[in-house]
Design a protein around this ligand. Structure first.
Ligand SMILES: Cc1ncc(C[n+]2csc(CCOP(=O)(O)OP(=O)(O)O)c2C)c(N)n1
Ligand code: SF4
Length: 478
Protein backbone atom coordinates (compact mmCIF):
# COMPACT_ATOMS: atom_id res chain seq x y z
CA UNK A 1 0.00 0.00 0.00
CA UNK A 2 2.74 2.45 1.01
CA UNK A 3 4.57 1.71 -2.23
CA UNK A 4 1.51 2.53 -4.26
CA UNK A 5 1.00 5.89 -2.60
CA UNK A 6 4.61 6.93 -3.03
CA UNK A 7 4.97 5.79 -6.59
CA UNK A 8 4.37 8.16 -9.47
CA UNK A 9 1.39 7.05 -11.54
CA UNK A 10 2.24 5.10 -14.67
CA UNK A 11 0.00 7.48 -16.54
CA UNK A 12 2.90 9.95 -16.24
CA UNK A 13 6.15 9.71 -18.14
CA UNK A 14 9.00 8.66 -15.96
CA UNK A 15 11.16 11.51 -17.25
CA UNK A 16 9.87 14.90 -18.29
CA UNK A 17 11.71 16.24 -21.29
CA UNK A 18 10.16 19.69 -21.38
CA UNK A 19 13.25 21.57 -20.42
CA UNK A 20 16.55 19.82 -21.02
CA UNK A 21 18.31 21.85 -18.36
CA UNK A 22 15.61 21.52 -15.72
CA UNK A 23 14.95 18.74 -13.26
CA UNK A 24 13.43 15.98 -15.37
CA UNK A 25 11.29 14.69 -12.53
CA UNK A 26 9.46 17.96 -11.92
CA UNK A 27 6.72 19.67 -13.91
CA UNK A 28 7.06 23.33 -14.81
CA UNK A 29 4.26 24.68 -12.62
CA UNK A 30 4.95 27.39 -10.02
CA UNK A 31 5.15 26.29 -6.38
CA UNK A 32 1.64 26.10 -4.94
CA UNK A 33 -0.08 25.89 -8.35
CA UNK A 34 -3.16 23.69 -8.52
CA UNK A 35 -2.48 22.21 -11.97
CA UNK A 36 0.00 19.67 -10.59
CA UNK A 37 -2.56 18.42 -8.05
CA UNK A 38 -5.21 17.97 -10.69
CA UNK A 39 -2.78 16.23 -13.05
CA UNK A 40 -1.94 13.76 -10.30
CA UNK A 41 -5.59 12.99 -9.60
CA UNK A 42 -6.33 12.45 -13.27
CA UNK A 43 -3.27 10.27 -13.77
CA UNK A 44 -4.14 8.04 -10.84
CA UNK A 45 -7.73 7.64 -11.98
CA UNK A 46 -6.65 6.74 -15.52
CA UNK A 47 -4.29 4.13 -14.17
CA UNK A 48 -6.85 2.69 -11.75
CA UNK A 49 -9.45 2.40 -14.50
CA UNK A 50 -6.87 0.75 -16.76
CA UNK A 51 -7.44 3.25 -19.57
CA UNK A 52 -4.06 5.01 -19.88
CA UNK A 53 -3.36 3.42 -23.25
CA UNK A 54 -6.62 4.54 -24.77
CA UNK A 55 -6.72 8.04 -23.34
CA UNK A 56 -6.25 11.14 -25.44
CA UNK A 57 -5.45 14.26 -23.45
CA UNK A 58 -6.24 17.57 -25.09
CA UNK A 59 -4.52 20.63 -23.71
CA UNK A 60 -5.07 23.98 -25.39
CA UNK A 61 -3.22 27.13 -24.33
CA UNK A 62 -2.58 28.21 -20.74
CA UNK A 63 -0.17 26.98 -18.12
CA UNK A 64 -1.32 23.40 -18.69
CA UNK A 65 -0.43 23.49 -22.37
CA UNK A 66 2.57 21.29 -21.68
CA UNK A 67 0.48 18.43 -20.31
CA UNK A 68 1.86 16.41 -23.20
CA UNK A 69 5.25 16.40 -21.51
CA UNK A 70 3.77 14.67 -18.48
CA UNK A 71 0.93 12.35 -19.49
CA UNK A 72 1.97 9.12 -21.13
CA UNK A 73 -1.28 9.08 -23.08
CA UNK A 74 -2.23 10.27 -26.53
CA UNK A 75 -1.77 14.04 -26.51
CA UNK A 76 -3.03 16.78 -28.73
CA UNK A 77 -2.53 20.48 -28.32
CA UNK A 78 -5.50 22.49 -29.49
CA UNK A 79 -5.77 26.15 -30.39
CA UNK A 80 -6.94 28.51 -27.63
CA UNK A 81 -10.41 27.43 -26.46
CA UNK A 82 -10.87 24.75 -29.08
CA UNK A 83 -10.19 21.67 -26.97
CA UNK A 84 -13.87 20.59 -26.78
CA UNK A 85 -14.11 20.75 -30.58
CA UNK A 86 -10.94 18.70 -31.02
CA UNK A 87 -12.15 16.32 -28.32
CA UNK A 88 -15.40 15.91 -30.23
CA UNK A 89 -13.54 14.87 -33.35
CA UNK A 90 -11.33 12.40 -31.52
CA UNK A 91 -14.14 10.85 -29.56
CA UNK A 92 -16.43 10.49 -32.54
CA UNK A 93 -13.78 8.90 -34.69
CA UNK A 94 -12.51 6.73 -31.83
CA UNK A 95 -15.56 6.07 -29.67
CA UNK A 96 -13.69 3.65 -27.43
CA UNK A 97 -11.03 6.16 -26.47
CA UNK A 98 -11.16 8.20 -23.28
CA UNK A 99 -10.95 11.84 -24.23
CA UNK A 100 -10.07 14.58 -21.77
CA UNK A 101 -10.42 18.26 -22.46
CA UNK A 102 -8.25 20.05 -19.89
CA UNK A 103 -8.84 23.79 -19.85
CA UNK A 104 -8.16 26.92 -17.87
CA UNK A 105 -10.77 29.60 -17.30
CA UNK A 106 -9.30 32.10 -19.73
CA UNK A 107 -9.38 29.34 -22.27
CA UNK A 108 -12.73 27.71 -21.61
CA UNK A 109 -14.81 30.65 -20.44
CA UNK A 110 -13.52 33.38 -22.77
CA UNK A 111 -12.29 32.51 -26.25
CA UNK A 112 -13.67 28.97 -25.98
CA UNK A 113 -17.17 29.73 -24.69
CA UNK A 114 -18.88 28.61 -27.86
CA UNK A 115 -16.96 25.33 -28.06
CA UNK A 116 -17.66 24.25 -24.50
CA UNK A 117 -21.34 25.20 -24.64
CA UNK A 118 -21.95 23.33 -27.85
CA UNK A 119 -19.93 20.27 -26.89
CA UNK A 120 -21.88 20.10 -23.62
CA UNK A 121 -25.15 20.76 -25.38
CA UNK A 122 -24.49 17.97 -27.86
CA UNK A 123 -23.66 15.73 -24.93
CA UNK A 124 -20.32 14.73 -26.37
CA UNK A 125 -18.93 11.73 -24.54
CA UNK A 126 -15.92 13.55 -23.23
CA UNK A 127 -14.65 14.61 -19.80
CA UNK A 128 -13.80 18.25 -19.23
CA UNK A 129 -11.57 19.40 -16.39
CA UNK A 130 -12.02 23.11 -15.99
CA UNK A 131 -9.33 24.69 -13.84
CA UNK A 132 -10.72 27.96 -12.56
CA UNK A 133 -8.07 30.21 -11.03
CA UNK A 134 -10.00 33.42 -11.71
CA UNK A 135 -7.34 34.87 -14.02
CA UNK A 136 -5.22 34.17 -17.06
CA UNK A 137 -2.24 32.49 -15.41
CA UNK A 138 0.22 31.90 -18.21
CA UNK A 139 0.09 35.39 -19.67
CA UNK A 140 0.66 37.18 -16.39
CA UNK A 141 -2.60 37.47 -14.51
CA UNK A 142 -5.03 39.34 -16.74
CA UNK A 143 -8.73 39.43 -15.95
CA UNK A 144 -10.63 36.31 -17.00
CA UNK A 145 -14.40 35.88 -17.32
CA UNK A 146 -14.21 34.21 -13.90
CA UNK A 147 -12.42 37.08 -12.15
CA UNK A 148 -14.36 38.03 -9.01
CA UNK A 149 -16.13 41.34 -8.61
CA UNK A 150 -13.63 43.73 -7.08
CA UNK A 151 -10.67 41.46 -7.84
CA UNK A 152 -7.58 43.34 -8.99
CA UNK A 153 -5.75 41.90 -11.94
CA UNK A 154 -3.23 43.35 -14.35
CA UNK A 155 -6.08 44.41 -16.65
CA UNK A 156 -8.54 45.38 -13.91
CA UNK A 157 -6.18 47.33 -11.64
CA UNK A 158 -9.05 49.09 -9.84
CA UNK A 159 -10.86 45.81 -9.29
CA UNK A 160 -13.41 44.22 -11.60
CA UNK A 161 -16.50 46.36 -11.88
CA UNK A 162 -19.71 44.84 -13.27
CA UNK A 163 -20.58 48.15 -14.90
CA UNK A 164 -17.41 47.96 -16.96
CA UNK A 165 -16.37 44.32 -17.16
CA UNK A 166 -19.59 42.44 -16.48
CA UNK A 167 -20.12 39.67 -13.96
CA UNK A 168 -18.10 36.51 -13.40
CA UNK A 169 -19.28 33.62 -15.54
CA UNK A 170 -20.31 30.62 -13.47
CA UNK A 171 -19.49 27.72 -15.71
CA UNK A 172 -20.77 24.81 -13.60
CA UNK A 173 -24.16 26.54 -13.24
CA UNK A 174 -24.27 27.41 -16.94
CA UNK A 175 -23.42 23.94 -18.20
CA UNK A 176 -25.80 22.24 -15.81
CA UNK A 177 -28.69 24.21 -17.32
CA UNK A 178 -28.26 22.32 -20.56
CA UNK A 179 -30.18 19.17 -21.24
CA UNK A 180 -27.42 16.76 -22.21
CA UNK A 181 -24.63 16.81 -19.57
CA UNK A 182 -24.63 13.82 -17.26
CA UNK A 183 -22.39 15.00 -14.47
CA UNK A 184 -21.27 18.50 -13.44
CA UNK A 185 -19.61 19.37 -10.14
CA UNK A 186 -17.61 22.26 -8.72
CA UNK A 187 -14.85 21.41 -6.29
CA UNK A 188 -11.85 23.20 -4.78
CA UNK A 189 -8.30 22.48 -3.75
CA UNK A 190 -7.90 24.56 -0.61
CA UNK A 191 -7.54 21.87 2.08
CA UNK A 192 -7.21 18.12 2.41
CA UNK A 193 -10.94 17.53 2.70
CA UNK A 194 -11.61 19.51 -0.47
CA UNK A 195 -8.73 17.84 -2.29
CA UNK A 196 -10.21 14.45 -1.35
CA UNK A 197 -13.55 15.62 -2.76
CA UNK A 198 -11.83 16.85 -5.90
CA UNK A 199 -10.16 13.49 -6.30
CA UNK A 200 -13.55 11.75 -6.08
CA UNK A 201 -15.09 14.16 -8.57
CA UNK A 202 -12.24 13.61 -11.02
CA UNK A 203 -12.72 9.85 -10.75
CA UNK A 204 -16.49 10.11 -11.09
CA UNK A 205 -16.23 12.26 -14.20
CA UNK A 206 -13.80 9.87 -15.84
CA UNK A 207 -15.85 6.83 -14.79
CA UNK A 208 -18.80 8.48 -16.48
CA UNK A 209 -16.90 8.27 -19.74
CA UNK A 210 -15.44 4.82 -19.08
CA UNK A 211 -19.04 3.62 -18.57
CA UNK A 212 -20.09 5.37 -21.81
CA UNK A 213 -22.64 7.61 -20.10
CA UNK A 214 -21.96 11.00 -21.65
CA UNK A 215 -20.65 14.50 -21.03
CA UNK A 216 -19.08 15.35 -17.70
CA UNK A 217 -17.40 18.49 -16.42
CA UNK A 218 -15.58 19.19 -13.17
CA UNK A 219 -14.84 22.80 -12.34
CA UNK A 220 -11.93 23.06 -9.93
CA UNK A 221 -11.22 26.22 -7.95
CA UNK A 222 -7.47 26.19 -8.07
CA UNK A 223 -4.70 28.43 -6.71
CA UNK A 224 -2.46 30.55 -8.89
CA UNK A 225 -0.06 32.09 -6.37
CA UNK A 226 2.03 33.76 -9.08
CA UNK A 227 -0.90 35.41 -10.81
CA UNK A 228 -2.57 36.38 -7.55
CA UNK A 229 0.70 37.72 -6.09
CA UNK A 230 0.14 35.72 -2.92
CA UNK A 231 2.10 32.99 -1.25
CA UNK A 232 0.73 29.45 -1.58
CA UNK A 233 -0.77 29.41 1.93
CA UNK A 234 -2.62 32.70 1.45
CA UNK A 235 -3.80 31.46 -1.92
CA UNK A 236 -5.47 28.48 -0.30
CA UNK A 237 -7.07 30.77 2.25
CA UNK A 238 -8.32 33.07 -0.49
CA UNK A 239 -10.08 30.23 -2.26
CA UNK A 240 -11.69 29.13 0.99
CA UNK A 241 -12.69 32.55 2.28
CA UNK A 242 -13.39 34.53 -0.86
CA UNK A 243 -13.52 32.52 -4.05
CA UNK A 244 -15.91 29.80 -3.00
CA UNK A 245 -18.42 32.39 -1.86
CA UNK A 246 -18.73 33.52 -5.49
CA UNK A 247 -18.43 30.01 -6.90
CA UNK A 248 -20.39 27.73 -4.54
CA UNK A 249 -19.08 24.19 -4.39
CA UNK A 250 -21.28 21.17 -5.00
CA UNK A 251 -22.82 18.80 -7.49
CA UNK A 252 -24.78 20.73 -10.09
CA UNK A 253 -25.95 17.77 -12.10
CA UNK A 254 -25.76 14.05 -11.57
CA UNK A 255 -27.74 11.84 -13.93
CA UNK A 256 -25.29 8.98 -13.68
CA UNK A 257 -27.74 6.52 -12.12
CA UNK A 258 -30.52 7.08 -14.62
CA UNK A 259 -28.38 7.25 -17.76
CA UNK A 260 -28.13 4.26 -20.08
CA UNK A 261 -24.69 3.48 -21.58
CA UNK A 262 -24.31 4.60 -25.13
CA UNK A 263 -23.16 2.22 -27.82
CA UNK A 264 -21.99 4.20 -30.82
CA UNK A 265 -22.88 3.05 -34.25
CA UNK A 266 -19.65 2.43 -36.15
CA UNK A 267 -19.97 4.08 -39.53
CA UNK A 268 -17.30 2.94 -41.94
CA UNK A 269 -18.29 4.07 -45.41
CA UNK A 270 -16.63 2.64 -48.50
CA UNK A 271 -14.73 4.94 -50.87
CA UNK A 272 -17.61 4.63 -53.33
CA UNK A 273 -20.14 5.74 -50.71
CA UNK A 274 -18.01 8.76 -49.80
CA UNK A 275 -17.68 9.78 -53.44
CA UNK A 276 -21.42 9.46 -53.90
CA UNK A 277 -22.05 11.55 -50.81
CA UNK A 278 -19.67 14.24 -52.05
CA UNK A 279 -21.18 14.04 -55.50
CA UNK A 280 -17.82 13.19 -57.10
CA UNK A 281 -17.81 11.25 -60.30
CA UNK A 282 -16.21 7.88 -59.46
CA UNK A 283 -15.04 7.55 -63.04
CA UNK A 284 -12.95 10.68 -62.72
CA UNK A 285 -11.78 9.81 -59.23
CA UNK A 286 -10.49 6.38 -60.15
CA UNK A 287 -9.48 7.05 -63.72
CA UNK A 288 -5.84 7.71 -62.97
CA UNK A 289 -4.33 4.95 -60.97
CA UNK A 290 -0.69 4.96 -61.91
CA UNK A 291 0.95 3.80 -58.66
CA UNK A 292 3.86 2.72 -60.77
CA UNK A 293 6.47 4.81 -58.99
CA UNK A 294 9.65 3.02 -57.90
CA UNK A 295 9.19 1.83 -54.33
CA UNK A 296 11.70 4.36 -52.92
CA UNK A 297 9.35 7.19 -53.91
CA UNK A 298 6.12 5.61 -52.71
CA UNK A 299 4.31 7.01 -49.69
CA UNK A 300 6.17 10.32 -49.76
CA UNK A 301 6.08 12.59 -46.75
CA UNK A 302 6.62 15.97 -48.31
CA UNK A 303 7.65 19.28 -46.80
CA UNK A 304 7.37 22.34 -49.03
CA UNK A 305 8.88 25.61 -47.87
CA UNK A 306 9.50 29.07 -49.21
CA UNK A 307 8.38 32.69 -48.98
CA UNK A 308 4.76 33.65 -48.47
CA UNK A 309 3.47 34.56 -51.95
CA UNK A 310 5.41 31.83 -53.79
CA UNK A 311 2.34 29.61 -53.84
CA UNK A 312 3.76 27.11 -51.38
CA UNK A 313 0.41 26.23 -49.84
CA UNK A 314 -1.21 26.09 -53.26
CA UNK A 315 1.43 23.65 -54.48
CA UNK A 316 0.83 21.46 -51.42
CA UNK A 317 -2.90 21.61 -52.00
CA UNK A 318 -2.49 20.66 -55.65
CA UNK A 319 -0.26 17.68 -54.76
CA UNK A 320 -2.79 16.47 -52.20
CA UNK A 321 -5.64 16.98 -54.67
CA UNK A 322 -3.81 15.00 -57.33
CA UNK A 323 -3.14 12.29 -54.75
CA UNK A 324 -6.85 12.06 -54.03
CA UNK A 325 -7.59 11.70 -57.71
CA UNK A 326 -5.19 8.78 -57.82
CA UNK A 327 -7.00 7.29 -54.86
CA UNK A 328 -4.20 7.69 -52.34
CA UNK A 329 -4.77 8.63 -48.73
CA UNK A 330 -3.64 12.22 -48.45
CA UNK A 331 -3.20 15.04 -45.96
CA UNK A 332 -2.24 18.69 -46.30
CA UNK A 333 -1.22 20.78 -43.33
CA UNK A 334 -0.39 24.44 -43.86
CA UNK A 335 1.87 26.46 -41.61
CA UNK A 336 2.73 30.08 -42.15
CA UNK A 337 4.05 33.07 -40.32
CA UNK A 338 1.90 35.97 -39.18
CA UNK A 339 2.02 37.68 -42.53
CA UNK A 340 1.24 35.67 -45.64
CA UNK A 341 2.98 37.62 -48.36
CA UNK A 342 6.63 38.22 -47.62
CA UNK A 343 6.64 35.94 -44.59
CA UNK A 344 7.73 32.35 -44.51
CA UNK A 345 5.35 29.59 -45.45
CA UNK A 346 5.56 25.87 -45.39
CA UNK A 347 3.22 22.96 -45.65
CA UNK A 348 3.23 19.27 -45.03
CA UNK A 349 1.74 16.79 -47.48
CA UNK A 350 1.34 13.04 -47.15
CA UNK A 351 0.51 10.83 -50.14
CA UNK A 352 0.09 7.33 -48.87
CA UNK A 353 -1.18 3.88 -49.80
CA UNK A 354 -2.50 3.46 -46.27
CA UNK A 355 -4.31 5.79 -43.89
CA UNK A 356 -2.33 8.83 -42.81
CA UNK A 357 -1.47 8.62 -39.11
CA UNK A 358 -0.48 12.24 -38.60
CA UNK A 359 -0.60 15.11 -41.08
CA UNK A 360 2.59 16.47 -39.53
CA UNK A 361 5.77 15.81 -41.51
CA UNK A 362 8.75 16.03 -39.17
CA UNK A 363 11.24 13.92 -41.16
CA UNK A 364 10.31 14.50 -44.79
CA UNK A 365 11.23 11.98 -47.44
CA UNK A 366 10.86 14.83 -49.94
CA UNK A 367 11.86 18.42 -49.27
CA UNK A 368 10.92 21.12 -51.73
CA UNK A 369 12.89 24.26 -50.93
CA UNK A 370 11.84 27.36 -52.82
CA UNK A 371 14.23 29.76 -51.08
CA UNK A 372 17.57 29.64 -49.33
CA UNK A 373 16.38 29.90 -45.70
CA UNK A 374 14.09 26.92 -46.32
CA UNK A 375 16.91 24.79 -47.69
CA UNK A 376 19.18 25.76 -44.82
CA UNK A 377 16.50 25.16 -42.23
CA UNK A 378 14.99 21.89 -43.41
CA UNK A 379 17.80 20.09 -45.25
CA UNK A 380 18.94 18.31 -42.12
CA UNK A 381 15.44 16.91 -41.49
CA UNK A 382 15.27 14.93 -44.74
CA UNK A 383 15.30 11.16 -44.34
CA UNK A 384 18.40 9.30 -45.47
CA UNK A 385 17.79 8.24 -49.07
CA UNK A 386 15.17 10.98 -49.45
CA UNK A 387 14.88 13.64 -52.12
CA UNK A 388 15.61 17.38 -52.04
CA UNK A 389 14.22 19.51 -54.83
CA UNK A 390 15.39 23.12 -54.79
CA UNK A 391 15.01 26.14 -57.00
CA UNK A 392 18.48 27.04 -58.28
CA UNK A 393 17.20 30.34 -59.68
CA UNK A 394 16.69 31.66 -56.16
CA UNK A 395 19.05 29.56 -54.07
CA UNK A 396 22.72 30.31 -54.53
CA UNK A 397 24.05 27.47 -52.37
CA UNK A 398 23.94 23.71 -52.82
CA UNK A 399 22.58 21.20 -50.36
CA UNK A 400 25.32 19.70 -48.20
CA UNK A 401 23.70 16.29 -47.72
CA UNK A 402 25.40 13.43 -49.54
CA UNK A 403 22.98 10.70 -48.46
CA UNK A 404 19.93 11.98 -50.36
CA UNK A 405 18.95 12.48 -54.00
CA UNK A 406 19.04 16.04 -55.26
CA UNK A 407 16.98 17.56 -58.03
CA UNK A 408 18.29 21.05 -58.75
CA UNK A 409 15.80 22.87 -60.94
CA UNK A 410 15.85 26.48 -62.16
CA UNK A 411 12.12 26.66 -61.52
CA UNK A 412 11.75 30.43 -61.38
CA UNK A 413 13.78 30.84 -64.58
CA UNK A 414 11.60 28.28 -66.37
CA UNK A 415 8.51 30.08 -65.05
CA UNK A 416 9.86 33.42 -66.31
CA UNK A 417 10.47 31.91 -69.74
CA UNK A 418 6.86 30.74 -69.77
CA UNK A 419 5.76 34.28 -68.97
CA UNK A 420 4.94 34.36 -65.25
CA UNK A 421 7.30 34.07 -62.27
CA UNK A 422 4.46 32.96 -60.04
CA UNK A 423 4.03 29.60 -61.74
CA UNK A 424 7.41 28.37 -60.46
CA UNK A 425 5.45 26.36 -57.91
CA UNK A 426 3.69 24.43 -60.69
CA UNK A 427 6.99 23.84 -62.48
CA UNK A 428 8.24 22.17 -59.32
CA UNK A 429 4.97 20.26 -58.87
CA UNK A 430 5.45 18.82 -62.35
CA UNK A 431 9.15 18.14 -61.73
CA UNK A 432 8.42 16.19 -58.55
CA UNK A 433 5.98 13.93 -60.38
CA UNK A 434 8.08 13.57 -63.52
CA UNK A 435 11.14 12.69 -61.46
CA UNK A 436 9.43 10.19 -59.15
CA UNK A 437 6.80 8.84 -61.53
CA UNK A 438 4.36 9.02 -58.64
CA UNK A 439 1.49 10.40 -60.68
CA UNK A 440 0.61 10.89 -64.31
CA UNK A 441 0.61 14.25 -66.00
CA UNK A 442 -3.12 13.88 -66.71
CA UNK A 443 -3.83 13.67 -62.99
CA UNK A 444 -1.89 16.84 -62.40
CA UNK A 445 -3.91 18.65 -65.05
CA UNK A 446 -7.11 17.39 -63.46
CA UNK A 447 -6.00 18.51 -60.00
CA UNK A 448 -5.48 22.05 -61.29
CA UNK A 449 -9.19 22.37 -61.94
CA UNK A 450 -9.85 22.68 -58.23
CA UNK A 451 -6.51 24.19 -57.19
CA UNK A 452 -6.67 27.16 -59.60
CA UNK A 453 -9.56 29.48 -58.95
CA UNK A 454 -9.36 31.62 -62.06
CA UNK A 455 -9.84 29.44 -65.11
CA UNK A 456 -8.00 31.88 -67.36
CA UNK A 457 -4.78 30.84 -65.56
CA UNK A 458 -5.33 27.14 -66.22
CA UNK A 459 -3.51 27.09 -69.51
CA UNK A 460 -0.26 28.66 -68.26
CA UNK A 461 -0.29 26.38 -65.23
CA UNK A 462 -0.67 23.35 -67.48
CA UNK A 463 2.35 24.54 -69.45
CA UNK A 464 4.31 24.97 -66.21
CA UNK A 465 3.48 21.42 -65.21
CA UNK A 466 4.51 20.14 -68.62
CA UNK A 467 7.86 21.91 -68.45
CA UNK A 468 8.52 20.72 -64.92
CA UNK A 469 7.40 17.17 -65.66
CA UNK A 470 9.70 16.96 -68.63
CA UNK A 471 12.60 18.37 -66.59
CA UNK A 472 11.91 15.77 -63.88
CA UNK A 473 11.95 12.90 -66.38
CA UNK A 474 15.14 14.14 -68.02
CA UNK A 475 16.92 14.45 -64.69
CA UNK A 476 15.78 11.23 -63.09
CA UNK A 477 18.32 9.49 -60.84
CA UNK A 478 20.18 6.87 -62.83
C1 LIG B 1 -5.42 32.70 -30.12
C2 LIG B 1 -4.57 33.00 -28.93
N1 LIG B 1 -4.77 34.13 -28.23
C3 LIG B 1 -4.04 34.41 -27.14
C4 LIG B 1 -3.08 33.51 -26.71
C5 LIG B 1 -2.24 33.85 -25.51
N2 LIG B 1 -2.53 33.06 -24.33
C6 LIG B 1 -1.72 32.05 -23.97
S1 LIG B 1 -2.19 31.37 -22.52
C7 LIG B 1 -3.49 32.43 -22.37
C8 LIG B 1 -4.38 32.44 -21.18
C9 LIG B 1 -4.59 31.17 -20.54
O1 LIG B 1 -5.27 31.36 -19.35
P1 LIG B 1 -6.12 30.21 -18.68
O2 LIG B 1 -6.92 29.50 -19.69
O3 LIG B 1 -6.88 30.82 -17.56
O4 LIG B 1 -5.03 29.18 -18.18
P2 LIG B 1 -3.97 29.26 -17.00
O5 LIG B 1 -2.71 29.77 -17.63
O6 LIG B 1 -4.50 30.18 -15.94
O7 LIG B 1 -3.83 27.86 -16.52
C10 LIG B 1 -3.54 33.30 -23.45
C11 LIG B 1 -4.54 34.39 -23.60
C12 LIG B 1 -2.89 32.33 -27.46
N3 LIG B 1 -2.00 31.41 -27.10
N4 LIG B 1 -3.64 32.07 -28.55
S1 SF4 C 1 1.09 31.13 -13.34
FE1 SF4 C 1 -0.50 30.34 -11.97
S2 SF4 C 1 -1.58 28.75 -13.13
FE2 SF4 C 1 0.39 29.15 -14.14
S3 SF4 C 1 1.82 27.65 -13.31
FE3 SF4 C 1 2.03 29.53 -12.10
S4 SF4 C 1 0.64 29.26 -10.41
FE4 SF4 C 1 0.05 27.77 -11.96
Amino acid sequence: MATKILQKSHAFYDTYFRNPSADKKMPHYCPGCGHGNVHKMIAEALEDYGVVDKTVFISPVGCSVFAYYYFSTGNIQAAHGRAPAVATGIKRSHPDSIVISYQGDGDLAAIGTAEILHAANRGEHITVFFVNNAIYGMTGGQMAPTTLIGQRTTTSPRGRQPSNEGYPIKVAELISQLHAPVYVERVALFDNKQRAKTRLAVRKALKCQVDKLGFSLVEILSPCPSGWKMDPVDSMRWIEETMQEHFPLGVYRDLIEETEPYHPEIINPTSEEILKLLDIDAEVAFKYDSKKAPSKYKNPEIKIAGFGGQGILLMGGAIAQAGMLENYHVSWLPSYGPEMRGGTANCHVNIRDIEVGSPMVSDPSVLIAMNRPSLEKFEKEVKKGGLIIYDTSLIDIEPTRKDVEILAIPATKIADQLGNTRIANMVVFGALMGYTGLMTKETLYESLKSAIKHKRFLDINVRAIDAGYQFGIENQAS
